[in-house]
Write a protein that binds this ligand. Structure first.
Ligand SMILES: Nc1ncnc2c1ncn2[C@@H]1O[C@H](COP(=O)(O)OP(=O)(O)OP(=O)(O)O)[C@@H](O)[C@H]1O
Ligand SMILES: [Mg+2]
Length: 247
């Protein structure tokens, strides 16, 4: 059973005063990876997250994806409070409501593009998984490549199959952690544009980690994370924080 937060159904993603403290075994060593993070996004919002290595970006995405739990504070995804779910419940919510775009795109090598995306759709609970796969592969420009296995596709094409997979279950939130790392700048730019366009159209909240200011400029909001604390960045424009105010 999951609990919906009353009155926040339009909020795809909510973090309220979130802390994450890593403790190393029996030692006294503590790393405060996140300190009091507030972030609210509706479906269709696109946020770019920037910050130095070790600032806490992946930690934040892991909490949203339910792979880890906060030390304090509340994380809600698609209106569901993660803190009220056990590990199985978090995994189910992740499959249904969160789409991940990976840098190495996690495709199964012995399945075709269509089978890979259909598997993602089926895991996310989509009713007609193969039909959904065909629609998404057409949207990412791979209508002619659906029968190809990953090793029969270019790196950029594989990334686009990965984007189709991330969108397969009509997620409330799409997370992309530095997906452009290994791509040339033109391919990287097209990939990010595609994630943002499809995310807006879905609509899903898109949270994109990037080190590239040009990529960040494509977002509605750019946030900077410094030593685990989130601040609006001077890169790009700042959107109204009305959503934050009302919650
Ligand atoms: N499982 C863990 N156990 C202990 N410390 C961790 C763990 N994961 C991350 N950290 C620490 O938390 C801090 C934030 O790490 P995180 O991976 O979130 O950084 P990041 O912003 O994603 O960096 P990068 O740009 O290098 O990917 C770092 O100091 C890191 O060493
Ligand atoms: Mg990281």
């Amino acid at each position: 059973m999951t609990t919906r937060i009353h009155g926040s159904d339009s909020v795809a993603l909510g973090l309220r005063d979130v802390f994450k403290i890593y403790r190393e075994g029996d030692t006294e060593t503590e790393t405060v990876a996140l300190r009091g993070v507030d972030l609210f996004m509706e479906r269709g919002d696109v946020v770019a997250l920037m910050g130095r290595s070790g600032a806490g970006k992946s930690t934040l995405l892991n909490l949203i994806g339910g792979m880890d739990t906060p030390s304090a504070g509340r994380v809600t995804v698609d209106g569901h409070d993660m803190g009220r779910l056990d590990e199985e419940g978090r995994a189910a919510l992740r499959r249904r409501s969160v789409g991940f775009v990976f840098q190495d795109n996690n495709l199964l090598p012995y399945l075709s593009a269509r089978e890979n995306v259909a598997l993602c759709a089926a895991l996310a609970g989509a009713p007609d998984a193969t039909g959904r796969a065909d629609v998404l592969l057409a949207e990412v420009g791979l209508r002619e490549r659906t029968a190809h296995r990953p090793d029969q596709l270019s790196g950029g094409e594989r990334q686009r199959v990965g984007v189709a997979c991330a969108l397969a279950g009509a997620p409330a939130v799409i997370l992309a952690d530095e997906i452009t790392g290994e791509l040339d700048s033109a391919t990287a730019d097209r990939l990010v544009a595609l994630v943002i366009e499809l995310g807006r159209r879905a609509p899903a909240a898109v949270l994109l980690v990037t080190h590239n200011p040009e990529v960040a400029m494509r977002a509605d909001r750019v946030l900077k994370i410094e030593d685990g604390a989130l601040t609006p960045s001077s890169v790009g424009n700042t959107m109204t924080r009305a959503t934050e105010m009302t919650l």
